[in-house]
Design a protein around this ligand. Sequence first.
Ligand code: NAD
Ligand code: TDX
Length: 331
Amino acid sequence: MRLLVTGGAGFIGANFVHLTMKEYPDHDITVLDALTSAGNEDSLAAVKDEIEFVVGDICDADLVDKLVERCDVIVHFAAESHNDNSFLYPMKFAESNVIGTMQLLEAARKHDKRMHHVSTDEVYGDLELDDPVKFTPETRYQPSSYYSASKAAADHFVRAAHRQFGLAVTLSNCSNNYGPYQHVEKFIPRQITNVLSDIKPKLYGSGENVRDWIHVDDHNTAVHAIIEKGRLGETYLIGADGELNNRDVLAMILELMDKPADWFEHVSDRPGHDLRYAIDASKLRDELGWEPRYTDFRTGLAQTIGWYREREKWWTKVKEETEKRYQELGR
Ligand code: NAD
Ligand code: TDX
């Protein structure tokens, strides 16, 4: 199978490439990535001779057409993925996430190819803290940020392409990922690399916001299960029952890194900050037989801390510019 992996130099995409090379050695991989500030070529350095790596934009219609023509399946990860950046350069979110997805859909339509669209649980908005309810594929879309609104728009175009043109698509909406190769702008790697740089970790607001953490490899084994066995036109929610509030995650990081429990700063909250996400993944588990491999968050977190300790070179070059962006935002 020849896969066109968009966003393959980003966090989840790079992990997807590594997992695929290990567990599906017969697959051929072409990565299409624009190497925005979130992309990092070094994340694919170990496999660069075994894949095709094209630096380019998913909004480039000619390039997308050429690459889609010679693949079997598009696995679409590329996106502007960080909520905080949507305060700084919002138009990029509409361009990459909406127009870029449409370029891929149009090329897939022209060449009659299958596409798997990777999306987020944030399209459903947020949940109350003490509500037992979780997101399901039937939950109403109610995005609360430019990031989630752009992902929601893309999801609608993907479903419309299936309904209107019979395009062979599947979709997945996943909760918060953690693991190696995640950009230091995101919560967990920001705090780990802060500690490693002797900067106090930064907690938004009260820190009571809940995220449903899943290891990136579990996200990617689910994506493979959907590509192999998912029903066309269907949406699968991906999550591994990992609800934790930000305060508790930070406390675990501090403890695992031998820092006092109060060695952090409260900074101003993200405006419109979603309170809680939680995924009901029973459709994925029951229909496709998927199970997560990482069932203990603390163990996965300790491994992730170890990865950042050993890969200073991978993250130091972007740490300074990332913290400058946060200064601009006052958080
Ligand atoms: P990331 O920001 O780490 O990586 C995104 C990659 O896409 C980067 O390599 C970047 O260079 C590339 N890219 C961005 N715009 C592009 C464009 N116009 N053309 C070509 N390449 C472009 O993001 P991530 O965390 O790996 O997320 C990947 C996907 O998974 C996104 O679609 C995101 O919405 C979704 N998702 C992420 C999470 C999470 O917790 N990180 C959870 C659920 C869903
Ligand atoms: O320094 C910080 N301090 C802090 O308290 C940062 C960067 C974040 N936070 C909080 C905000 C969130 O409640 O931590 C939580 C997680 O923040 P992010 O890592 O920015 O993730 P989130 O906004 O939840 O979105 C993530 O999950 C869904 C991904 O970035 C998205 O791509 C994905 O769709």
